[in-house]
Design a protein around this ligand. Structure first.
Ligand code: HEM
Length: 283
């Protein structure tokens, strides 16, 4: 009988690029993140970051399970992996989506307007108000883990809108992209915690990455370089983000693989809604 055998997969896993998810270049297509998750029926090559050596025991005939991209580092890395693929190359270097919408062009080429930016800030505030009240009310106990993370944006946005008002700008009412997204978040939050957590992660982490780039560029172009409160955090942002990553990883440890996949599959909706709100800047 064979003893423990260490099987190195490196000849198939470490060559680059060997991970070629097929992502139709259209957000409204039938694509779901499951398309580039490992499935039993799919011959799938893992990306470099997920490579490892399997140890199989011939005596138990146990087949090692392949890991999902990012899985070795924790569930946040899985969510990040799916999110990065849904960017365009122009938005982030890990992106793979084809440019279809105005906000998918490089931010440096944007031509924002104050009116459009105000609509974006108003709709963003509605979304953050909604996320933060859902977390406060905690319909599911896991939501309470994400109270007072320091990432909250609602009060910061209120200050920014007050500043615009003091400058003589009329603050618009929330528009359809923000209202639709807020309604959707409320709807899923009390019946589908995995989907809700996906939106929570994507909204706060997107803002800390691409969101800040956008804020800086728009400030240069139309706000005389004024840095809005929306882009300021009390404390060290990278530490605040890390604390939230740790909590998200912990929460997801109790999820089944199906629940995790369900959460990952929600990423596309998060991009769709946030993309519609971002587009307001260019309206
Ligand atoms: C103009 C639009 C956008 C731009 C320019 C942009 C750009 C970026 C960049 C440069 C990064 C950092 C990549 C890195 O770590 O090297 C990033 C990360 C990320 N983006 Fe976006 N992004 C945009 C829209 C979005 C949207 C709509 C979402 C989803 C709602 C999103 C979700 C994320 C997430 C989850 C990360 C990972 C953050 C982290 O690891 O901390 N992004 N984005």
């Amino acid at each position: 009988m064979a003893s423990l055998t260490s099987i190195s997969q490196s000849h198939t896993l470490l060559k680059k690029p060997n991970f070629t998810p097929s992502i139709p270049h259209n957000l409204s297509s039938s694509f779901t993140p499951r398309d580039f998750l490992f499935s039993k029926t799919q011959s799938f090559k893992l990306p470099q970051m997920a490579s490892r050596s399997y140890v199989v025991s011939a005596s138990t005939t146990e087949t090692p399970r392949k890991r999902y991209p990012g899985e070795a580092k924790g569930f946040v890395e899985e969510m990040r992996f799916v999110a990065m693929k849904l960017h365009t190359k122009e938005q982030a270097k890990e992106g793979e989506k084809e440019v279809k919408q105005p906000e998918e062009h490089p931010v440096r080429k944007w031509e924002p307007s104050i009116d459009g930016y105000l609509k974006f800030l108003v709709d963003s505030k509605l979304v953050y108000d909604t996320l933060e009240s859902i977390i406060d009310e905690a319909a599911f106990p896991i939501y309470a883990e994400f109270r007072n993370t320091g990432l909250e944006r609602s009060e910061k946005l209120a200050k920014d809108l007050q500043w615009f008002e003091e400058q003589g700008y009329a603050i618009p009412k929330p528009s359809s992209p923000g209202i639709t997204y807020a309604e959707y978040l409320k709807e899923i939050s009390d019946k589908d915690p995995q989907a809700f957590i996906c939106h929570f992660y994507n909204t706060y982490f997107a803002h800390s990455a691409g969101g800040r780039m956008i804020g800086k560029k728009v400030a240069q172009q139309i706000l005389n370089n004024r840095e809005l409160e929306f882009y300021k955090w009390d404390g060290d942002l990278s530490q605040l983000l890390q604390n939230v990553r740790d909590k998200l990883n912990k929460v997801a440890e109790s999820w089944t693989r199906d629940e995790k996949n369900h959460c990952l599959e929600e990423t596309e909706k998060s991009f769709k809604h946030s993309g519609e709100i971002l587009r307001l800047i260019l309206s």
